[in-house]
Write a protein that binds this ligand. Structure first.
Ligand SMILES: Nc1ncnc2c1ncn2[C@@H]1O[C@H](COP(=O)(O)OP(=O)(O)OP(=O)(O)O)[C@@H](O)[C@H]1O
Ligand SMILES: [Mg+2]
Length: 414
């Protein structure tokens, strides 16, 4: 509740540059500012910047989320209370206004403030004095108020849910944060910033190939910068140090809006997991969290559940041996039949290169021979028959590889 971290406001789009300039200009003022914008667009970041760049930076930045505090406690939270005023008031309590004396009070989600509290807040903003619950004397406070809401307060006023007089009182310096989809010019810098922030220890930050950047620029980003940060965090865990292309990322790791764009670009068959050449180390918990991503998306936006494709995608994303052993079978849609569930399990095994054990059993020795032969064939084909490069790819001695090539009667270039 003291000084906020001085996180930079990232982005080179015209509106973000204008936002930084506006903050610089009005940080010096003590007038009330109202920050509006969609969720995740940086309203709190703006409030922090106003505090840190202004003359009150030495004082406290005190946030309070008006929508998250039970209505019977809001008054005491904001203005404090005197001991014995109500059950549980065992001592005097200083409210957030007093805590923010000399600093900034950030009234987040002010649109959620109950009507009776709106009246009291208006009075405090006009008088610059608070009356703690149960107190007989008012206490003067010197506080800069920054309010924020994701609601359209003019509409709330029209609907009778927000007092018009309070709206005008707090809307002295209006600041609007722009949705990310309206400023695609910010994407490269934001992606780079969060790639560095979320880079896995010992790995360089992930990169974004031009086709991936292009795809991300066409996405609607309903969760704005918060969603972008979370997505980059996910990619950084799944593909540490890699450069992401549209083909690399399995669709089950993307929000539904991006799956649609990916499918448009590549066609459904090409999004298949066998396009992933570089297996990633994945924590099973991360995979399961990723599978549950985007639960808020309307059902109509989600692609139909295809158990086999789904399982193949998961299996590819968790291609490391450790993850393969531990990854639980994904839960298909509630309506999936037993057959579909079996298909999911089978597809996971197949995608991992593991043949499901048939009821009659299997010759393990022959099976391992087949796997070895298959991998040598693949490696030879990738290196166009070059023995040295194939040996390197399979981490074998050159002589050992030649023995195996002869044993399986495979062809290498001389
Ligand atoms: N321009 C930006 N540059 C860097 N980071 C940003 C930017 N905008 C937002 N963020 C980051 O995105 C996250 C969400 O921002 P913030 O909490 O300020 O959004 P908000 O508008 O208050 O969202 P909500 O309405 O959901 O509370 C934070 O981690 C913040 O640091
Ligand atoms: Mg916020």
């Amino acid at each position: 509740m003291t000084s906020p971290a001085s996180n930079p406001i990232i982005g080179q789009s015209a509106c973000t540059q204008a936002l930084r300039q506006l903050i610089k200009t009005i940080a010096a003022s003590s007038s009330t500012a109202l920050v509006t914008g969609e969720s995740g667009t940086g309203k709190e970041l703006v409030a922090q910047a106003l505090h840190l760049q202004g003359p009150r930076a030495e004082g406290r930045f005190v946030p309070i989320n008006c929508g998250a505090i039970p209505r019977e406690l809001i008054e005491s939270e904001l203005f404090g209370h005197r001991k014995g005023t109500f059950t549980g008031a065992v001592a005097d309590r200083v409210g957030r206004f007093e805590l923010a004396h000399g600093g900034t009070l950030f009234l987040d989600e002010i649109g959620d403030l109950p009507m009776d509290m709106q009246v009291k807040l208006l009075r405090v903003l006009q008088e610059r004095c608070i009356l703690p619950v149960g107190a007989s004397r008012e206490v003067p406070v010197d506080v800069r108020v920054v309010a924020a809401t994701h609601r359209n307060l003019e509409e709330e006023v029209q609907a009778g849910r927000f007092r018009e007089d309070l709206y005008y009182r707090i809307n002295v310096l209006p600041i609007r944060t722009t949705p990310l989809r309206e400023r695609p010019g910010d994407l490269p810098e934001l992606l780079g910033f969060y790639a560095r922030k979320h880079a896995m220890p010992g790995n360089k930050p992930i990169g974004f190939a031009p086709d991936m950047l292009d795809m991300l620029a066409g996405y609607g980003w309903p969760g704005n910068v918060r969603e972008l940060s979370n997505l980059v965090d996910r990619f950084s865990t799944l593909f540490p140090g890699q450069t992401l292309t549209c083909q690399l990322v399995p669709s089950c790791m993307l929000p539904s809006g991006l799956v649609a764009l990916q499918t448009q670009r590549l066609g459904r068959e090409q999004v298949a997991p066998w396009q992933i050449h570089q297996p990633a180390r994945v924590e099973p918990a991360v995979v399961m969290a990723a599978l549950q991503a985007d639960p808020a998306a309307p059902a109509g936006d989600r692609p139909a559940f295809d158990p086999v494709l789904h399982a193949m995608e998961i299996a590819s994303a968790v291609h490391s041996p450790e993850a393969q052993l531990a990854v639980p079978v994904p839960k298909p849609a509630a309506s999936a039949s037993n057959d579909e569930i079996n298909a999911v399990e089978e597809a996971i095994f197949l995608a991992q290169g593991i043949q499901p054990l048939p009821p009659e059993g299997i010759s393990l020795k022959q099976h391992l021979v087949n796997i070895e032969r298959g991998l040598i064939e693949q490696a030879l084909s990738r290196t166009e028959g070059n023995v040295s490069r194939t040996a390197k790819l399979l981490q074998l001695q050159r002589t050992t590889l030649i023995e195996k090539i002869n044993k399986y009667d495979l062809r290498a270039s001389s």
